[in-house]
Structures are given as structure tokens and as C-alpha cells.
Write a protein that binds this ligand. Sequence first.
Ligand SMILES: Nc1nc2c(ncn2[C@@H]2O[C@H](COP(=O)(O)OP(=O)(O)OP(=O)(O)O)[C@@H](O)[C@H]2O)c(=O)[nH]1
Ligand SMILES: [Mg+2]
Ligand SMILES: [Zn+2]
Length: 376
Amino acid sequence: MPENSTLLTEYGWNATLSDTFDALRFDSPDAAPGRVTRVDRGQCDIAVATGTVRALSGSNALCTGDWVAVTNTALTNTVLDNTTPANTALANTTGETETPTVTSIFPRSSSIVRSSASGKSEGQILAANVDTVVITTASDGDVDLGRIERLLALTWESGATPVVALTKSDAAPDISTVLSEVSAIAPGATVLAVSAETNEGMDVLDAVLDGTVAILGPSGAGKSTLANALLGDIPASRVLETGRVRAGDGKGRHTTVTRELIPFSGGRTLIDTPGLRGVGMWNAGEGIDKTFPEIEEFISACRFSDCAHNSEPGCAVLGALERGDIDERRLRSYRKLQRENAWNAARSDARLQAERTREIKVLSRHIRDHYRGRRQ
Ligand SMILES: Nc1nc2c(ncn2[C@@H]2O[C@H](COP(=O)(O)OP(=O)(O)OP(=O)(O)O)[C@@H](O)[C@H]2O)c(=O)[nH]1
Ligand SMILES: [Mg+2]
Ligand SMILES: [Zn+2]
């Protein structure tokens, strides 16, 4: 382990990561290990053993939670605590500036991916190396079961463990009904009613959170408020900003704008995230199956292996629906996520195909020009 690794330990540094780093360092012996705490516009904040540095991401597509090898951190002679914005470039002894730069990313133990909001055909990684995802929903208004199922599918697919937190339980008119409704659609996941106001359920929530914890959910669900409650006594400058919801529909105002990783008790870290507007399925087939185990159970019994469970003869899923073994809303939700997943997969295939065709065209033009050049 590098000297003075106490700070990194707060960010989750351990012996396994240290071994990975030793293997990665091969190409850049002066690099130091660090963890990405925030990313914006080609730059990122990285926690290293001596503090936090502002670094260039190099050619790497980084996201919050990534472990990286970064060069030029030795120039950070000022040890920065977490209350100061990270430094930019620092002058070295000869007066030149050398900006800390990420040279490589550690392989990710998990990544939370959704189909990108921009309509591009790639997935967007929301956070990396996450162990627990807290799926938040405010319990004082209408609870969107379909959205919880989406987030469950995304979480199961990532390899992280989901915990569903029904926030603002102090303001819920009937929390026990919400709790049983949501528990019924989240098989295998812990579902808790919590209040940052009265502290209800906060101890239990704290106890089930492990490793790197990402808090996801729509704007106004109370993610940052929950994060602050979990963080407990922290300097005022580190308290996350929270915002009131709209009076009419209880929607939030997108107060949080970056995904930020913060160390918290027990060597764990917390990632607060901006409110999610939409969560598209991306390569989430297994996650979807795990979200709907009572449907998945029947699929192998369908007559056709490519059964879409719509009207196909010999469909075991529709049989189960008729017998009342499967809930109709669940089946609709399942079909919707499956369709979306298949569509996004086809879209990315089509794009890869188009890219390949274009490459071949460019290549053949090069070859043609090359031979033409030789003939002249
Ligand atoms: N009554 C009550 N209100 C809460 C609770 N938790 C959060 N709120 C309120 O809900 C509103 C939104 O809280 P935030 O923590 O900013 O929500 P957020 O999910 O971080 O929202 P974005 O950053 O916009 O995504 C604020 O007015 C909070 O005071 C709670 O446990 N009880
Ligand atoms: Mg917030
Ligand atoms: Zn079927």
C-alpha cells in the first residue's frame, strides 16, 4: 500500500485494490492510486493519499466511484482537505505546470448502466464499483411501482444489492399500505420506511448499507436529505444541498446536479446523485428476470423459446396469468422493460453495423488512393 494511505482507506482502499494497482502501474511507475469523487466536463476530482486533486481524465471515460491510476499527484504539495475545492494544475520546481492526469482505470467490480438519456445508442454509466443501491421513493404521494421495478432491474443487473427506501414516512398518510405494496413488487430486496425528519427506520437502513452506497431516485425523493442524515455530524461546508418540492405535484427541482462520492462511517462511501428523469433499460435482461422471478419461473415452460408472452399458443406465462398466479400489472411492466431492452440492443447493433460499413468504406478509399498514387 502507498504511504499515508489512511485517507484512501476512507474511500474504500484495500489489499485487493492495492494488488490491482501494482499490476496496472507497470506502464507509469510514477502514478498514484485514487478514487474519482466527481466528474465534470473532461475533468474530475480524485481522492489520493495526500488529499483531493483535480485531474484530466485523459482518454478515459470516467465516472464517479472509479478507481484510477493518476500521475503528477506528487506535485500536490498542498494537502487539501475535503472542504476545499480541488486544485487545478500546480507548478513544479522548474515552473512548468503539470496537471494530474489519469493513466488507467481499474476494472470495475460493478457499474450501474442505463440507456443514455441523450438518445445515443450507448449505455450511460451512472456510478462504478457500487455495492449497495438505495432506491428512493417518497411515500407521501403516489408511489410509482413501475419506476421502482426499473431501478431494481438496473441494480440487479449491475451486481449491487438493492435496498428500497420509502422516504418521508413521517408525512405518509398510510405508510403500512405503501410498505406492503412495495414489498410485494421487490422480491429479494430489503424494503424500509424511513424518515430523515423523525429518524424512523434510519438505524435499520444504516445497518443494511455496505461498501459503496449509491442513492438513486427521482428529484425530490429526499436523496440528499437521506445522505445528510446518514453522514451524521459533518462540517457545515460538507452538508449536501437540498431543495423544496413543488407544491402541486410534489416534484423536485433538481437541486443536486453532480454525482458525488463522500466517505462515511465504517469505511463506507456514499454517492448522492441528481434526480433521475428516466431510466432506460440497457443490457439488463438478467436484471429484469431477477426483478420478476415469479414470471421468469414460467418462461422455460412456454412452447416457443422466443415466446413474447402476448398471445402465443402454449404460453405458460399467460396460463399462469389466467390462473391468477401472476399479477397483470407485473406482467405488463415486465413486457415493457423486456421490449425496451431488446429495442436498445437492436439499436446499438444497427449502429455498430453502420460504423463498420463506414470504416470499410474509408479503408477501401484509402487503399484505392494509395494504389492510384503509386500508378501516377
Ligand atoms: N417530511 C419530510 N420531508 C423530507 C424528508 N426527507 C426529505 N424531505 C424534504 O423533501 C424535499 C426534497 O429533498 P432533497 O433531499 O433535496 O431531495 P433530492 O432527492 O435530493 O432531490 P434532487 O437533488 O432534486 O434530486 C426537501 O424539502 C426535504 O426537506 C423526510 O424524511 N420527511
Ligand atoms: Mg439532491
Ligand atoms: Zn410465453
